[in-house]
Design a protein around this ligand. Structure first.
Ligand code: SAM
Length: 229
């Protein structure tokens, strides 16, 4: 079995053992191979909306001699039964795409599904969607891959809807206990500070600028506290 990347290792570590796993948008299928070969999970299923990545997964699984995996050609979880989806991984897609897949899958709101999400872009959009729709982020960690920083979230449905602050939208529940988390927070600080700088003296953008600046100040305070300064 090839070694999983740090990002895939983190994603896999968020899954609950003894339960079924569905990897949505599986592409290479490496997570599927990891789960199936470990023998620690129930049904292992991978889906993809495109034929080529699904064939890629099939080829990699064959190479690794992994047989006990079901591959499904479909959008999101549209052709996957609830029993095959105790753990649902949706990784490597934009935050809007991930939110759309969740929105189109009503059984994800039965409260017993563990969602493991890793947006490549628009994480703030996904966090806001989750909070507004009664999903709770229970655990969140950042990880670097190919010089990019990603957030990995373990999420469950509680039904309690929330409105997030701008700071929560930016960094979720990341704490400063891990180097990659700190770097993720630094990156968000830089984005907010740049946004505030770019909007100086731009007519009609005062409120947007003030919000970006206020978030940058809060993120800076979090970073300074972690640094002990
Ligand atoms: C960049 S790859 C990510 C692969 C893998 N999940 C990872 O994180 O390494 C994105 C994959 O998601 C698939 N995809 C995009 N939208 C999808 C959808 N609505 N349903 C299922 N698969 C989708 C794409 O075809 C592609 O194979």
């Amino acid at each position: 079995m090839r070694q999983l990347s740090q990002r895939l290792t983190l994603l896999a570590s968020f899954a609950v053992e003894g339960k079924s796993v569905c990897d949505v948008g599986t592409d290479h299928g490496y997570l599927l191979a990891h789960f199936a070969l470990s023998g620690k999970y129930g049904l292992v299923t991978g889906t993809d909306i495109n034929e080529k990545p699904l064939k890629n997964a099939q080829k990699n699984l064959e190479k690794l001699g992994v047989g006990n995996v079901k591959l499904v050609f479909c959008d999101g979880l549209s052709a996957v039964a609830r029993e095959a989806a105790d753990n649902v991984i949706i990784a490597g897609m934009g935050g809007e795409v991930i939110a759309g897949i969740i929105e189109r899958t009503p059984f994800l709101k039965d409260g017993s599904v563990r969602l493991i999400l890793q947006p490549t872009t628009a994480a703030f959009y996904l966090r806001e969607y989750l909070a507004q729709n009664g999903f709770l982020v229970e655990r969140e960690e950042a990880v670097e891959e190919n010089r990019k920083l990603y957030s990995v979230m373990a999420v469950s449905f509680t039904g309690e809807k929330r409105t997030l602050s701008d700071t929560e939208k930016r960094i979720g529940i990341l704490d400063t206990g891990k180097k990659d988390n700190i770097r993720y927070i630094e990156k968000q600080y830089n984005i907010c500070q740049k946004c505030a700088d770019d909007l100086i003296n731009v007519d009609g953008k005062e409120e947007e600028r003030n919000r970006a600046l206020a978030t940058a100040i809060k993120l800076k305070a979090i970073l300074e506290e972690a640094d002990g300064t």
